[in-house]
Design a protein around this ligand. Structure first.
Ligand code: NAD
Length: 522
């Protein structure tokens, strides 16, 4: 959505006011620093006195980001493992910026010197007991999440793995069953579950302030065409090529070092735009819709740019990628009254393209009373809908929030008479929207909290602990639903079919999965 700076400012102030109105208690908690999302969990002095001993498996781009965001008071990094020497070195040295600071800067040289480095997760696991490792953070390519997680469960370790949970739904189910059988935690890194911004936005949506939501538009548009190149295609560093030239990488799920480095481009190692980008945003859309499961998906996906002679950069004519570079999917979700009337649906569209970033990434939630815009995970904006018979609204309109006692409902928005002026009742909440955390630190903090506080029974009644009871926000079962959406969308695009989601796919105890369902892939 293209907005003027004034409209963005108005949208942010509207959002801030509305959050102040509905979640004053939470904002104060967040400002206090030591308090997590809502009252669900409180990090304690006991946890600080006994931080969780953790190993990082995969210290590439994302592993480096996570280590920069490390909750050092609660998480004690004792080891790292990576197949690539360049990324083992990078784990310590960082990238010389604030995004990947490296362990030396994060922990201090002395402490960092005690962190052991291993050449693979298998080598790490052979030494895990001696090092006292209790849990791992996995940030490796998609294809290896499940096999590495299963090895870690077998070694008795709790797992926080990066998203997408796994490359197949069957693998997701194996991970859940193994964690449950071994009584270990399984957390997945869809960080929007731990973002204060999304938490606040969701509390507005759940209060009913937006009215009926019939459409959510989500997108991640990048321009990887100009100057020539693709952020997902990387050259293989000489050091890694040399060090791995005689190493059999097939036990780790890669044919060769190029596939290890460029795993996102191939179907056997990655899950394309839907897994890498779309899964986050479908996760967000489904959070706003109350984490209900979708009804159906259809879509178009194509390799429409790279590798076509005469289109795009010349050196990309022989591009060997397998994944689509242009995707558009449409999901149907049930509305609140779908059970009573099956016409009550909400449509979510998702697109990801490689050739234009006029509107980069975010989610737009279109309600009958208001519009919510989540921009690049960092900003949230809210506008009142300028509906029939209403007293103003639209992107230029400041609003305030009043209680809708008369209608017996939740809070509703009222517009100011003028388009500018001070926020009414802005209150004393801190300006938390600046410098907002994307949720990585909170996700790791909560993982540590859960390890210390959820035992001895990590799976009460064979199920993940509910969030209201301090449970993980993105546990294996929640994350599997995100994987099902992304992977089924991929099948819909590949087959050109409209696919209806089946309840059994979401049940970890059923073997049913979209990739093995004859009605889907037959
Ligand atoms: N949550 C987010 O916003 C976010 C953002 C980016 C990436 N990710 C996810 O993080 C994961 C990693 O992505 P990336 O961009 O860091 O990839 P990357 O290629 O930069 O790094 C992956 C690293 O894992 C290592 N590795 C592979 N198999 C291994 C094994 N068996 N033992 C030890 N090391 C092994 C590789 O050598 C490589 O250094 C992916 O699943 C990706 O989807 C999440």
């Amino acid at each position: 959505m293209v907005l003027t700076p004034e409209q963005e400012q108005i949208g942010k102030e509207n959002f801030s006011d509305a959050v102040n109105f509905t979640r004053r208690d939470f904002i104060k908690g967040a400002a206090a620093g030591g308090v997590g999302l809502g009252a669900a969990y409180v990090l304690t002095e006991e946890l600080k006195a006994n931080p969780v001993k953790v190993a990082f498996i995969g210290t590439g781009d994302e592993g480096g980001v996570l280590m920069s965001q490390l909750p050092v008071e609660y998480m004690d990094v004792v080891a790292i493992a990576d197949l690539r020497q360049t990324n083992r070195d990078r784990a310590f040295k960082g990238d010389g910026n604030d995004v990947r600071v490296g362990l030396v800067r994060k922990l201090g040289a002395e402490k960092a010197s005690k962190v052991r480095a291993f050449k693979s997760h298998k080598e790490l696991l052979e030494n895990a007991k001696d090092l006292g490792v209790e849990a791992v953070v996995i940030a490796t390519p998609l294809v290896s999440h499940a096999p590495i997680a299963l090895d870690c469960f077998n070694a008795g370790l709790h797992v926080l793995t990066e998203k997408l949970m796994a490359r197949t739904v069957t693998s997701c189910k194996e991970m859940i069953r193994s964690a449950r059988e071994k009584n270990l935690l399984l957390a997945v890194g869809h960080q929007r579950h731990y973002s204060v911004l999304y938490h606040n936005a969701n509390s507005l949506v759940q209060s009913g302030m937006l009215g009926d939501i019939k459409y959510i538009r989500a997108q991640w548009h990048r321009n990887n065409s100009f100057p020539a190149g693709d952020s997902w295609r990387k050259s293989v560093p000489k050091t890694d090529a040399e060090a791995l030239k005689d190493v059999d990488l097939t036990p780790f799920k890669f044919d060769d070092v190029n596939q290890l480095v460029n795993w996102r481009l191939y179907n056997s190692t990655g899950g394309g735009l839907m897994a890498e980008l779309g899964s986050h945003q479908m996760d967000a859309a489904s959070i706003f819709l109350g984490k209900v499961h979708p009804l159906a998906v259809m879509g178009y996906g194509g390799k429409n740019f790279y590798g076509i002679e005469g289109v795009g950069p010349e050196d990309k004519w022989d591009d060997d990628r397998e994944i689509d570079d242009n995707i558009y999917v449409t999901f149907e979700f049930p509305g609140k009254n779908y059970e009573k009337n099956n016409r009550d649906k909400c449509i979510v569209t998702y697109s990801s393209i490689n050739t234009n970033k006029f509107e980069p990434y975010g989610e737009l939630v279109y309600g009958s009373r208001g519009t919510l815009f989540m921009k690049t995970e960092k900003e949230a904006m809210l506008w009142k809908e300028d509906g029939r018979g209403s007293t103003g609204g639209g992107p230029d309109q400041r609003l305030w929030v009043v209680s809708a006692k008369a209608s017996g409902g939740g809070p509703v928005m009222e517009a100011y008479e003028t388009t500018s002026g001070p926020a009414k009742g802005t209150g004393d909440g801190p300006n938390w929207a600046d410098n907002v955390s994307r949720g990585y630190t909170e996700e790791m903090e909560h993982f540590c909290y859960a390890i210390r506080n959820h035992g001895p029974d990590y799976w009460p009644n064979g199920k993940p602990r509910p969030v209201e009871d301090g449970g993980l926000r993105c546990n294996g079962v929640v994350a599997m639903a995100d994987a099902i959406m992304a992977l089924t969308a991929n099948i819909a695009m590949a087959t050109g079919k409209k696919i209806e989601f089946k309840a059994d796919w979401f049940d970890p105890d059923s073997d049913a999965a979209p990739e093995t369902d004859p009605e889907v892939v037959g």
